[in-house]
Design a protein around this ligand. Structure first.
Ligand code: BJW
Ligand code: ZN
Length: 241
């Protein structure tokens, strides 16, 4: 199927749909200049995930982990939502039942104006206390290392889900409900290999949804979805409306 035919088919499906769910990954923010994880210029090219994005890494060397997050905060603070983020805000307005599930921690969907969303891997602009669990918004760039809890002086950590950690059960439940009850699932800019988000496409398919993927490159989902459109999120997503 050509790119144009794929776009045409997704537009047709969306025009008659009432329940739409969207899953996004780092690729949608790549067009805003935020580095992805696994691409050619991805973050994991220069950093080993297990040395930074695990609870064990933070326990071993919280300074190193905070330095990495300060570097990423500095990059992300300068970035703005792009037309793909904006098109998803418009979708939220247009459909009776809409839910946006993002794996991104950059906060760009919220900045664009999305409100019906689950940030299932957390948010880089939030911190949580390793002692009492208090969660706060924090926009400091850089954040003074090592940051302490305002209530109990415990060590603060980024409010981000690291490998081996559980996702928030309420957000995950809401996400699975949205995936299993939608008529159309759009999957934008994710490599589709990190669980549990990697199971959303097969779940939606099994529940009878029309599933479309928008990605620069083929992914493990490409074989499974109804339509796979290759291209930049910022160019393709606005064309779907
Ligand atoms: C464009 C574009 C453009 C570029 N336009 N497209 C086996 C089975 C099941 C589970 C596991 C398993 N082995 C291990 C696990 C557990 C693990 C996991 O899934 N590991 C896999 C690697 C196999 N999962 C977990 O640990 C999760 N917790 C969990 O499962 O709890 C229960 C449990 C515990 C222990 C054991 C087993 C179960 C938690 C996962 C948390 C992930 N967290 C991170 C955060 C990193 C830190 C941080 O951000 O600060 O989330 S990892 C990282 O990957 C980040 C992302 O959200 C996530 C997904 O990445 P994403 O968004 O897909 O980015 P990329 O870079 O991979 O892809 C970008 C895509 O965009 C590419 O396809 C490009 O082509 C495309 N693109 N430019 C359109 N312009
Ligand atoms: Zn505390």
């Amino acid at each position: 199927m050509t790119c144009e035919a794929g776009i045409h088919e997704v537009r047709a499906r969306l025009s008659s749909a009432r329940a739409v769910t969207v899953l996004t990954g780092a690729g949608i923010s790549a067009d805003s200049g935020v580095p992805t994880f696994r691409g050619t210029d991805g973050l994991w090219r220069n950093f080993r995930a297990e040395e930074l994005a695990t609870p064990e890494a933070f326990a071993r060397d919280p300074r190193l982990v905070w330095e990495w997050y300060n570097w990423r905060r500095e990059i992300i603070a300068a970035k703005l939502p792009n037309p793909a983020h904006a098109a998803l805000v418009e979708m939220e307005r247009r459909f009776d039942r809409f839910w946006l599930i993002t794996q991104n921690v950059d906060g760009l969907h919220r900045l664009a104006g999305s409100t019906k969303l689950s940030e299932i891997h957390g948010n880089i602009w939030k911190v949580s206390c390793t002692a009492c669990g208090r969660v706060d918004t924090n926009h400091d760039v850089p954040i003074p290392i090592l940051p302490q809890c305002a209530t109990c002086e415990g060590l603060l950590r980024p409010h981000i889900v690291w490998f081996g950690e559980s996702l928030d059960s309420e957000e995950l439940g809401r996400s699975f409900d949205a995936v299993n009850s939608c008529e159309v699932l759009l999957i934008v800019g994710t490599s589709g290999i990190v669980y549990p988000a990697a199971s959303f496409a097969p779940s939606a398919k099994a529940a009878g949804a029309f599933v479309a993927e928008i990605n620069l490159d083929p992914t493990p989902n490409s074989e499974l979805v109804d339509v796979s459109i290759q291209g930049n999120a910022k160019d393709i997503v606005p064309l779907l409306l």
